[in-house]
Ligand binder design. Structure first.
Ligand SMILES: [Fe+2]
Length: 216
């Protein structure tokens, strides 16, 4: 792999880490253990999963290194499986605290960054794609958190906490459809324009903002 290509993939990985870090930074610390969609993991799983995947695939699999933490490599590989045919039943107390997880994430990144030159192109692309795929997961999981559980300018707005009522999201020039995580065009627009706190808020309900022009 040429040095230019390697540098560009490394840049993309750094950028993707920035995207997922900023997404997680929108979740209040006390909401990290929330499960905003009953069928999915608690948010805290994704805090460790992205880097555990990188370490398991590249550090252990490709480079043949040992575990960074047997417990965390394994816990964050797949999470805690629910009983067959049932929704997840794990408790918040089943998960490590965020300081432990963040320390693990830092260890993974430091180790991989140090060894980046030894990693072939395909696994690099694999971990990049996996992270971007989960950026999408995080967007819709956080989208389903009540405003009161996020760092957002909308924290004072009442909502039922499950699915906010407005049909469209709008922030500055960024307009996306309500199911943007299934729409590649919107998703790319979101990722390309991502800046913390600048787009993820919904417009206030009409009752609180009667003069607002309706998007169509
Ligand atoms: Fe994954």
């Amino acid at each position: 792999m040429s040095l230019v290509l390697r540098a560009s993939i490394q840049d993309e990985i750094a950028r993707a880490r920035g995207i997922t870090d900023r997404l997680m930074a929108q979740v209040l610390p006390e909401a990290l253990y929330d499960r905003s969609i009953p069928e999915r993991h608690r948010l805290v799983f994704y805090l460790g999963h992205l880097d555990a995947f990188d370490w398991n695939i590249v550090g252990r699999g490709v480079l043949g290194l040992g575990p960074l933490s047997e417990e965390l490599d394994s816990l964050f590989a797949f999470g805690i499986d629910p009983p067959q045919g049932e929704l997840p039943k794990d408790k918040a107390s089943d998960w490590p605290n965020p300081f432990v997880i963040r320390r693990y994430v830092t260890q993974v990144r430091n180790n991989l960054d140090r060894l980046m030159r030894q990693i072939p192109e395909t696994p690099l692309r694999m971990i990049l794609e996996h992270r971007l795929m989960h950026a999408e997961t995080l967007i819709y999981l956080i989208h389903n958190l009540p405003y009161s559980r996020r760092l957002t300018r909308m924290r004072g707005i009442e909502s039922d906490g499950s699915s906010p009522p407005e049909q469209f999201l709008r922030r500055q020039s960024l307009i996306v459809c309500d199911r943007f995580w299934k729409c590649r065009k919107c998703l790319h627009r979101v990722l390309a324009n991502w800046r913390i706190g600048l787009f993820y808020d919904r417009d206030p309900p009409q009752s609180m903002n009667p003069g607002a022009a309706k998007e169509s």
